[in-house]
Design a protein around this ligand. Structure first.
Ligand code: AHR
Length: 511
């Protein structure tokens, strides 16, 4: 197949949002316990932070990490996770039917985030709690000292050998998925909208310099999608900076063609939320702009286990850190993850924050075994490369491509792409997927006056030799799927020419 793309330095979408390459650590399954934190592991430091996992996190390159949930946060008492570890209560986590020891809490996470060089995005519980606990948490986290909660932070920091100074957390989620019947403390849009509005106000009275995210729909299929955003924003528009989006994609019944085109769904989902935000803005005669925090997205094989009350797999019996939703990702999944990131980039003017869910073990780019190794899943690669190479301005791409037919979306472009250009370094990065499952794609990128003198790197993730599209990185074969040099690439007469293998994701950087 063929594709012709055109960029022009005059046509840009936005600056690349630094927070677009976020991740998510929930107290769920083995994301915290035996994921980022495992005291006694041979690679753990004196604080219990697994350094093998830390190394992979740094290589992955997330910029911001949402914490501590997720469904978990809607039943969580943040005070349980601070103070001397031996005094912390062991609790039931109703969201994931697990035992929470609270051995890891806010101080540990802030310390971990500093070492990982990521910004903390903290969620407050608006399921079982409300205004009082949220404003107490802001005081605990950000107030310098001399008040009840801030002095408690200093005392707890000293007692546990962790951070005593203000955590300086700027970005806060006002709850999680409260539109979902499965959520502890599920609410109507009016109930949630008012609660979020008052919570936002009270949090800002403690620290005026916060960025706040209101809860949007849990997914595009929710019966309340659209009206939920409209009602919630009608209450909160003046108080919040972002509304959240969540989306998980999976291959259904072997229909890889539709699965490979799910970025079409993500594009439309984002456009729909932007329209709703702007309708509320216009009707309310607001001048400020609310943007989107796409704070959960990924491939997740939910395998039809969901019911309306409980769409998520929960543990059998009461266990500490059970194995939950530890999806193994293959080549197809990695290509799809690449395209989902392209969609986020294409909407970088309005999607200013995005978090892949989650970071380790739980639907994650990194897997780790208790007492054992940690390694990269296939989906690690598009994330790592886009996080490292998308810089400067997002370019608007004109795409003229052959079509592939899909059951779910009809005919779609055979390639899916995004591009960025950094004036400071003169580097142009092209991220592109070939959705064609059988044919390679001959792609041309017309640079329209963007001067490039050479190709600084070109890599591709494709089906490994003698394997099929289901190849994945597993415990005893940790590097089956990865990037290899892309050789079929050339730059001539102001155009880049690339041949993409079937079902592949590639990154080319020009200088
Ligand atoms: O990421 C897993 C779960 O998916 C989160 O806890 C929840 O917010 C979402 O439904």
């Amino acid at each position: 197949s063929q594709a012709h793309l055109t960029v022009d330095r005059a046509f840009t979408v936005a600056d690349v949002p630094h927070r677009l390459f976020g991740s998510f650590v929930e107290h769920m399954g083995r994301c915290v316990y035996t994921g980022i934190f495992e005291p006694g592991h041979p690679q753990a430091d004196q604080r219990g932070f697994r350094q093998d996992v830390m190394k992979l996190v740094k290589e992955l390159g997330p910029t911001v990490v949402r914490y501590p949930g997720g469904n978990f946060v809607s039943g969580y008492l943040w005070e349980d996770g601070v103070g001397p570890v031996e005094d912390r209560p062991v609790r039931i986590d109703g969201a994931w039917h697990s035992i929470e020891t609270n051995a890891f809490g806010l101080h540990e996470f802030v310390e971990w985030a500093r070492e990982a060089e990521v910004e903390v995005m903290e969620a407050v519980n608006l399921g079982t709690r409300g205004v009082e606990e949220a404003r107490a948490l802001v005081e605990y986290a950000n107030h310098p000292g001399g008040t009840y909660w801030s002095d408690l932070r200093r005392k707890n920091g000293a007692a546990t050998g962790t951070i005593e100074e203000p955590f300086d957390i700027r970005l806060w989620c006002l709850g999680n998925e409260l539109d979902g019947p499965w959520q502890i403390g599920h609410k109507t849009a009016d109930e949630y909208g008012r609660l979020a509005q008052e919570t936002a106000k009270a949090m800002r009275l403690v620290d005026p310099d916060l960025e706040l995210v209101a809860v949007g729909s849990s997914n595009r299929q929710m019966p309340t999608f659209g009206s939920w955003e409209h009602t919630v924003l009608s209450h909160t528009y003046a108080e919040v900076d972002y509304i959240s989006m969540h989306a998980y994609y999976q291959e259904h019944d072997g229909d890889a063609a539709s699965f490979l085109a799910e970025a079409v769904d993500m594009d439309a989902f984002i456009d729909g939320v932007v329209s709703t935000i702007d309708a509320v803005k216009a009707a309310g005669k607001h001048t400020k702009q609310v943007d989107i925090s796409f704070d959960e997205w990924n491939v997740w094989y939910q395998r039809g286990l969901e019911t309306e009350d409980q769409p998520h797999q929960v543990a059998k019996g009461w266990q500490k850190h059970p194995r939950l939703i530890e999806d193994s990702y293959n080549v197809t999944d990695a290509v799809v993850v690449g395209t989902l990131m392209h969609s986020l980039l294409r909407h970088g003017d309005r999607v200013r924050i995005a978090n892949q869910a989650q970071l380790v073990n739980v639907i994650a780019p990194i897997l780790s075994e208790e007492g054992g190794p940690a390694w990269r899943q296939s989906i690690f690669w598009p994330f790592a490369r886009i996080a490292a190479m998308a810089r400067g301005q997002i370019l608007r791409l004109a795409v003229d491509a052959d079509q592939v037919s899909t059951q779910k979306f009809g005919d779609v472009d055979v390639v899916d792409a995004a591009a960025t250009w950094d004036e400071a370094t003169g580097r142009l990065s092209l991220f592109v997927a070939n959705r064609g499952m059988e044919e390679s794609n001959d792609l041309t990128l017309d640079l329209h006056g963007l001067e490039a003198t050479g190709i600084s790197s070109a890599e591709v993730l494709a089906i490994p030799e003698e394997r099929d599209r289901r190849a994945a990185n597993v415990l005893d074969d940790q590097d089956a799927v990865g990037l290899r040099p892309l050789r079929e690439v050339g730059l001539e007469d102001g155009a880049l020419r690339v041949t993409l293998p079937p079902m592949s994701w590639a990154v080319v950087q020009l200088e």
